[in-house]
Design a binder for this molecule. Structure first.
Ligand SMILES: Cc1ncc(COP(=O)(O)O)c(C=O)c1O
Length: 440
């Protein structure tokens, strides 16, 4: 595989774009020495500017449940683009899309559209503060909710020695440029440990507006919640009068039609969506029951946005929801089956080649980690045992064979409805080759 055109573009890009791209995860931080510049995609495949073809398991960071350029999406966008892109008033397609969502989502009466997961999570926090009158929020080590200041604490992998006692995790700012308030008001707890949460809520529940969490830890490989954990979180939040804000930016419209909330039978107060919801367009949403959502009515708790609910994006979202719901939600079933099979087959390849690679998944989200543990159940186990460098080498060797695995070492891979049995076979065979080449 040669990358002359990508290299030339990277050199040009470095003159005008920071890191040669528009978000660190797409640049040389994750793709060394430069990223493959992608020209186009179709189904589960992408092609770079050198004409290299890849089976795509990154799918725009999870934004494409129906893959690239799905014919139904292309058709609706071509049909609607001539009708204009954005207006300073409300839209019929906005109502129709929200109606579909409310039908699919548990405990949701109303929806408010935003553009990105970051905005949705940030709004959720503000709503919780406005509703409760409390100022602090509680998040979890290793959970990422976008790049809003108040949530940029303890999201990244660290040396375990810098994490502090699990009863009182050190709050580690994820960025320069944050004010002290952004982490003083953000408490941090270890995840997948109900006793730890209860301890924090006992001491601080009176000042915490909301508990914000990913239902499946998705930015540290894939770590499933322990049986009963999420429902206990919900009960604890109620008991201590703290709102439960479930971040379904990754899991929403992916792990089940009603996301983690449906899968684990939850009734969160605030839910945030993004990624898959827009089928490649920047569409996100905040959702919840009436008594919660009314907080943003008429700017009581402010949520504005010139670009909220863009018309073409909503047509894509509506079409995706309709297509994925067909035949009793067959699209969701297909995505999950592909993810399950990839997980099973990759684990078999790891055993066959004698590598300590473990693949964990929840439905369509899967991720290989190199660890001597039989299973990773917590962020601290991930930090302490996972060999990120080895994953980096593995994913590079996969891409060298035309299999696009996540370049970001902690970020999971995903399936879409367009992956075929041949894609799974080719990808697992390539994994065998990659592992044979890796030092044990
Ligand atoms: C769980 C979670 N929440 C929120 C976000 C932020 O979403 P966005 O990148 O659309 O701002 C992400 C992004 O990766 C995420 O993984």
């Amino acid at each position: 595989m040669q990358h002359k055109q990508s290299e030339a573009l990277f050199n040009r890009a470095m003159e005008v774009l920071v890191e040669g791209c528009s978000s660190a995860s797409r640049g040389p931080m994750n793709y060394k020495p430069f990223p493959p510049y992608i020209r186009n995609g179709k189904g589960a495949r992408v092609w770079d500017v050198d004409g290299n073809e890849y089976i795509d398991w990154q799918l725009s960071f999870g934004c494409l449940p129906m893959g690239h350029a799905h014919p139904k999406i292309v058709e609706i966008i071509q049909q609607e683009v001539a009708g204009g892109t954005h207006f300073a008033s409300a839209l019929e397609v906005e109502v129709e899309t929200a109606e579909l969502m409310v039908r699919m989502l548990p405990n949701v009466d109303k929806v408010r559209f935003a553009n990105t997961g970051t905005e949705a999570c940030m709004t959720g926090v503000r709503m919780a503060r406005g509703i409760t009158g409390k100022r602090k929020i509680l998040k979890f080590e290793g959970h990422y909710h976008g790049w809003y200041d108040g949530l940029l604490v303890s999201s990244n992998p660290q040396y375990v020695t810098s994490l502090g006692h699990p009863n009182d995790p050190v709050r580690i700012p994820d960025s320069s440029g944050l004010t002290p308030g952004s982490w003083e008001d953000t408490l941090v707890c270890v995840w997948n440990d109900a006793d730890a949460l209860e301890r924090v809520l006992r001491s601080h529940g009176h000042e915490i507006a909301c508990v914000v969490m990913e239902g499946v830890m998705s930015n540290m490989g894939v770590i499933a919640p322990k049986p009963g954990y999420l429902i206990t979180v919900e009960e604890l939040c109620k008991a201590f009068n703290v709102l439960f804000s479930l971040d379904e930016t990754v899991t929403g419209f992916r792990v089940a039609p009603g996301g983690v909330a449906q899968l684990y039978d939850l009734k969160p107060d605030i839910v945030t969506y993004g990624k898959a919801l827009g089928q490649g367009f920047p569409i996100a949403a905040i959702a919840g029951p009436d008594h919660i959502m009314e907080s943003i009515e008429y700017g009581k708790v402010l949520h504005y946005g010139s670009h909220n609910a863009p018309r073409l994006g909503l047509f894509a979202t509506k079409t995706m929801l309709e297509e994925m719901s067909r035949d009793n939600f067959a699209g969701f079933q297909k995505m999950s089956e592909v993810g399950e099979q990839m997980t099973r087959r990759l684990n078999q390849v790891a055993r066959d080649t004698g590598h300590n690679m473990r693949v964990q998944n929840v439905g369509s989200m899967f991720h290989p980690v190199f660890t001597d543990l039989a299973e990773i159940t917590t962020y601290r186990e991930f930090c302490q045992t996972v060999d990120l460098h080895k994953y980096g080498e593995f994913s590079q060797k996969m891409r060298d064979q035309g299999i696009f695995f996540s370049g970001n070492k902690i970020l999971h891979n995903l399936s879409c409805t367009e992956h075929t049995q041949a894609d799974i076979d080719a990808s697992t065979e390539a994994a065998g080759t990659a592992l044979e080449q890796l030092a044990k």
